[in-house]
Design a protein around this ligand. Sequence first.
Ligand code: NAD
Ligand code: 6OD
Length: 484
Amino acid sequence: MKEVKNFINGVYETSSRQFDKTSPLTGEVIARVHEADRAQVNAAVLSAKAALNGPWGALSVDERVEKLYAVVDGINARFDAFLEAECADTGKPRSLASRIDIPRGAANFRIFADIIKNEATQAFQMNTPDGAGALNYADRSPVGVIGVVCPWNLPLLLMTWKVGPALACGNTVVVKPSEESPQTAALLGEVMNEAGIPPGVYNVVHGFGPDSAGEFLTTHPGVSAITFTGETRTGEAIMKAAAKGARPVSMEMGGKNAAIIFADADFDAAIEGTVRSAFSNCGQVCLGTERVYVERPLFERFVVAMKDRAQAMKIGVPEDADTDMGPLISQEHQKKVLSYYRLAVEEGATVVTGGGIPDLDPKYGGGSWIQPTIWTGLPEHARVIKEEIFGPCCHIAPFDTEEEVLAMANDNEYGLCTAIWTRDLARAHRVAHRMQVGLAWVNSWFLRDLRTPFGGAKQSGIGREGGVHSLEFYTELKNVCIKL
Ligand code: NAD
Ligand code: 6OD
């Protein structure tokens, strides 16, 4: 049986307690994961602190950047091992992980190494009564030990999205991967060692949230700041923990994202984009679309086309090249998604397609498979319209006016992203501006330039990461004022 260990001070460590990691494909146990206890989390934080005040802190920016480029090369050199580990943990198609998850794992180190190398600081020259003047300039230093708490849906991508900028800015990290996807974070430890990253700079502690590694890490006073991706309710608990010691947080949380399709949209492109945004990664993407609003003249045709596409999706195992969709992450998550499938019917939905578990070979009977599902006919106040489901499903509703669709799309506690489909550029600008979200796509979805700000409005997040915006969280900005 494979063992997944903690990575503390450059060394893999076992724990006295372990938990099972099961395959989303079959429900079989695929690994035993070592659950870090409080003492091990403490050791990880102390080693991170020592590295910060020692070899890592002593490097020049250029030296640090060179080491991060070596991490990029190291991920690429072990591309297949990362791919295998990610697909085993999540059940996602290899075609997806090889295009998105693993390349982004590497890119997240390269982009922030480049940014830190090239970013200038602000300077102001001011007059003084004696006429000699003064010079002000902004100076950035690392914040300290960063606690990084991660979800399971894009494990390597979302973890490195935070570890990349944290290390580029000179911090050290203790990562708590999701209990559902521990493998790639652990594997990255080997790459760190090979790349010459000093022990203690990158640490991984496995476990759960409350009364486990997540809580031990976020309540540890040696952690200077916490960056989190996951559910909004978990984010609230972590913010409470961070309040002790008034420590800063960066929060990337849930969503209930709306796509808006105007009648003048490129129909095929809108269908293609909406199919991707609703069903990619089995609907387990925070940026995914669970609410689709279609201008009435296009509505019936749009529903039929979405139904045809959903029914044509090939549900299967990661290694099959024609697999479009794998299973959900776990049986527990399958239960949650199925409970929403039932609720939709109770709330009066018309099930256009799906609504249950697909027929597969009995050897996959213990897996967490689910059908892509489309509903129509729900009132806007339905829970299925309001709450994040995080599965391959969407509700499609018609609208008649721009004002009406803006009111419906914005009427939600979340505000992560939207996708607007129209050929009218003025309308695209107008609607994008009025949507209460952190990201607005026009005629696209999940198109990412890593230099741009990323984050959510309302209950979807606090703060922005990406490009220079990450520097705001991962560095302490100081004004130096020199009287001339
Ligand atoms: P989750 O909140 O259940 O878990 C996330 C992490 O928090 C896990 O590592 C978990 O062990 C840890 N955790 C749980 N309770 C904790 C506690 N009390 N203290 C410390 N750590 C704790 O989220 P998930 O189910 O892994 O991921 C799915 C959620 O993540 C969805 O809501 C999705 O929208 C969101 N998400 C958001 C973004 C974004 O960028 N906004 C990206 C991906 C996922
Ligand atoms: O692309 C990214 O940087 C990012 N943070 C994506 C988040 C996806 C959510 O599941």
